[in-house]
Structures are given as C-alpha cells and as structure tokens.
Design a protein around this ligand. Structure first.
Ligand code: HEC
Length: 110
C-alpha cells in the first residue's frame, strides 16, 4: 500500500515536470520592429469615414482608393456599386450614400 502511494507520487511529480517543460519560458526583455508609416489600412478622416472603414477594408487596403485618379461622384458611386454587385461586398443599401459622399469629398471632385 505504501509503495503504491510512493509510485503514484513519483508519477505525479514526473507529470508536473513534463507540463512545466512544455510551457515556453516568458520572453526576456522586449523587441520592436518598424513598419512603413502607412500600411494602407486607414482612410483620411472626415464625415462618413466610419462607413468606409467598416465596408471597404475587409477585402483590400485603403490604397485601392487612395491610388485612384480623382473621380467624380458618379464614378465613385459606380465603384461602390461594383464592389457590391460584382465582388460581393456586403454593403447595406442605406450605407451607400454616406460612403459615396465620403469618397467624393476626400478622394474625388464633387
Ligand atoms: C468583398 C470584397 C471587397 C470589398 C468589401 C470591397 N472591395 Fe474594392 N475591390 C475588391 C476586388 C476583388 C477588387 C479588384 C482587385 C484587383 O483587381 O486586384 C477591388 C478593387 C477596388 C478598387 C480598384 C479599382 C477597381 O475597380 O478595381 C477600388 C477603388 C475599390 N476596390 C474600392 C472599394 C471601396 C470604396 C469599397 C467600400 C465601399 C470596397 N472597394 C470594398 C473587393 C472588395
């Protein structure tokens, strides 16, 4: 009886040390990396930017917008419609005007 308990105690100790060995040591000190300033995930601030952030960054970066030529309102509307109808962007109909206005003001000509 005594021996059995001793064996169990040893197994318990082994198990505990195995778990401890499998746990990665906490990192010592800290490291940092630098990224290029604009990684293309931010739109210019302005009214409606929230709708653009919410609807236009799920598939690609904001650089897809910021690298376009200066587009008219009709052209931006066509872009947003294309994202929805051709590429399947889940943009609510009532969010479209705010997005189009935002894009026209910040990245287009009225
Ligand atoms: C469901 C995914 C998806 C969402 C959401 C999305 N796009 Fe796109 N977008 C695409 C794809 C796919 C392309 C084409 C990529 C390529 O040709 O390399 C694209 C390309 C573009 C382009 C480049 C010109 C073009 O017509 O190809 C612009 C501008 C653009 N998107 C704007 C937007 C705006 C503004 C929104 C938000 C209203 C948006 N996208 C949301 C998928 C999406």
């Amino acid at each position: 009886m005594k021996r059995t308990l001793l064996v169990l105690a040893c197994l318990g100790a082994l198990g505990a040390s195995a778990v401890a060995a499998g746990t990665p040591a906490p990192p010592k000190g800290s490291a940092s990396i630098s990224l290029p300033g604009d990684i293309g995930m931010a739109f210019k601030p302005g009214p409606g930017v929230g709708a653009a952030q919410a609807n236009c960054l799920t598939c690609h970066s904001s650089a897809y917008v910021s690298t376009q030529p200066v587009l008219s309102k009709a052209q931006w509307a066509a872009e947003v419609t294309k994202m929805k109808n051709v590429y399947g962007a889940p943009i609510a109909d009532d969010a479209m005007p705010a997005i189009v206005d935002y894009l026209t003001t910040q990245y287009g000509k009225p």
